[in-house]
Every structure is written in structure tokens, then in C-alpha cells.
Design a protein around this ligand. Sequence first.
Ligand SMILES: *Cc1c(COP(=O)(O)O)cnc(C)c1O
Length: 405
Amino acid sequence: MTGHAFTTEGTAHCPFMPVFGPPARMIVRGEGTEVWDSEGRRLLDFLSGIAVVSLGHANERVADAIAEQARTLVHVSNFFANPVATEAAQRIDALLAEATGSHGQIFFTNSGAEANECAIKLARRHGGRGRHTVVSALGSFHGRTLATLAATGQPSKHEPFQPMPEGFRQVEWGDLDAMATAVDGSVAAVLIESIQGEGGVQPAPEGYLRGIRELCDATGALMIVDEVQTGFARTGRWFGFEHASISPDVVTMAKGMGNGMPVGACWAPTPIAASFSPGDHGSTFSGTALATAAVNAVIDEMLRLDAPAMAIAAGDEIRSRLAGTPGITGVRGAGLLLGVGLADGIVAGDVAADCLENGLIVNAVNASTIRLAPPLTVTVDEIEEATGILAAAIANQVPGGAGHE
Ligand SMILES: *Cc1c(COP(=O)(O)O)cnc(C)c1O
């Protein structure tokens, strides 16, 4: 059994609030796809800090950009502009203009939840009084603040914190009829992921996002696509919604955009962003020069490398190496956001623990799925090593199977 990072067990000796399970290891250093723990053990990181460190740990160009910016200007408040955030906003807008055909405006945040908070407030402002409901899907994940928790389609996560803020409604994921019924005249927006990440790596069914787009067009509700996990080349396109050839009204993003620097954003075409007036929203740390220097470096590097193409090639490599592995029922997802489905009787948590013991970080995103989200810079050799460890860990769980020696 895997131990955990704090040698003295129990919350009394851990300096962090007990909202996470016991951390498995103390990680002290990283480089590319590799990290090292406090006992000097090397681990291959096929989780990337939950789809965050897309350009690899300690990426040199991002590190240089952060270090240089830290010595130049970190923060000035939004009473002033800074050239770094301005450039980052223009560049994200250029990416989204290419994807949607519309130019828009950005609000920078420190997290994915805050990006969704901004989107929800924008939708309420746009809808006006009496038109404030946000419809989302069961199984979705949109964040941990109260409003984004209310939008998150996981009732068990609501329970300890009832009452939830008013004005949120969830329907079955993938069911367009249920969505059509839910999107009535009180609905300001539909908030939807292009692939449910935390929900188990569940891609939107064919036609689902297009159907929602049509519903929103018919009713005037905004279509908000939550690209916090799927954005920034993770799925093989800059944004996951591009696979469905639709144009959302609002796009939120965070995880991969700073390569680990806490930064997110909410984007909307200019006429929609115009629903906000000065004073409607804000954040002390919105668009600090430091965070957005990381964003600029990430975009530079992702363009230079053609990160979407890397995600596709590496994703294909993983799929072909896992094909036919006993105990795997299928591999879902796109690019390098993959869910490895496990056969009945195999417990994903046990597989992930076995992988960790053998030098591979993966995540049991639910009881029967292993999520793989390595850096987009992962090499073929690393994929060979990781898929070998994973296959052996699964074989260990298959009754009568032989895994690691
Ligand atoms: C992680 C995630 C969030 C929340 O982001 P935080 O930075 O943890 O607040 C929201 N939406 C999706 C789809 C996510 O995967």
C-alpha cells in the first residue's frame, strides 16, 4: 500500500485543511514528464498536475519568462494597464477569433472556478432580471466556489453545503431532449464542457454541442463552454469545442494556460462582453503581469511546437499501445485527455496505487476509469514506459493475471 507525504499521520500534524485525501508523496522537483519525490524516487507524471503542466515541469521558456517578469513588474492593479496582460489578452482573443470567427474581450482570473464565476455573472447581466438560470449537465464539474459548485452536476458535492445558490438546474449529460425542456425563458445560459473531465473523461456525444448551440440560438440563452480542462491544445485542438465546429458565446479556460502558474480567463465576443459595466466584476489579481507572462510564454511555445498536433500524435501512440490490453474496455477522450475504461471487477484506485508504486502517476478519475493527461511534450519512450507500467498494474488486478514480477 502506498504511504503518504506526511510521516506523522493524521490531520493534527498536517498543515493543510483536510479537504483533500492524504497526499501520496512529497514531490520536490520536476523536469518535463518526470518528477522526483523527497526520497529521490523518479516518477513519470501522466497527470500533469491535473492537465495543467502541459509543456512539462520546469519548462525552461516558461521559467525564464516568469523569472524575468518577476524582476520587471509583478502587479499594478486594474487602475492601470500593463503590456504583458494586454498582449496575453490579444493573443488569446486571436486564438478564439480563429476558432469562432468573432473577436472578443477577456477577463483574467486566478483559477477555473473564477473564470466560470465571471461567465455566470456575465450571463446573468446579459439575461437581465428574471432570466438568470444556468443549465448544466449531470456529471459536470465547474469548480468549488458556491456558484460554480451549484452549477456542478454532482449532487453529492452539494449536500454538505446546502442551501445552494438559487438559479441552477442540471439535466442528463448527452440528452438533447432533456436540455430542450430545461432551456425555457428563465434561462440565461447553458454551461457545458466539450469533454467532461472530472466526470470521467466523457466526450460530448456526436451532435450534442451543435444541438445546444441551436437551442441557445432559438431561445437567446448564452452558450458557455467550460474549456478549463480541455483548452490550450490538450484535446488536439486549441479548444475542445472546435471538434464540434461550433462557436460558443462565452469560453472559460485555466488549467493548461499558465503551465502551472495560477491563471484563468473568461472570453466573450465584444457585443456580449458589453453586458458588463465598470464595477460589475473584478479581482485584485486579474491579469497580473507575472501570471500573464507565463501565458504569453505558453502560447509562444505551444505555437512553436504545434502543441495540438503533438497532443494528437501522442494520444494516438498511447491508444495504439493500450489496444488489446486485457482488462481495458476502451479508451475515451481526445488528444492527451484520455480515460482508460477498466473491466468489471478492476478498481481504478488500486490500479493507480500500483502504478505509483512502480513509478507512474495516473489518476483514478472514477471507480472504473484511469485518466491519462501527460504533458503534451511527452516522448514516445516515456509513453512506452508508462503504458507498460499501466498494463502491468491492470494485469495485477485481472483475476489470474500476471502483472509486475
Ligand atoms: C478543474 C476544472 C474547473 C475548476 O478549476 P479550478 O482552477 O480548480 O477552480 C472548472 N471546470 C473544469 C471543466 C475543470 O476541469
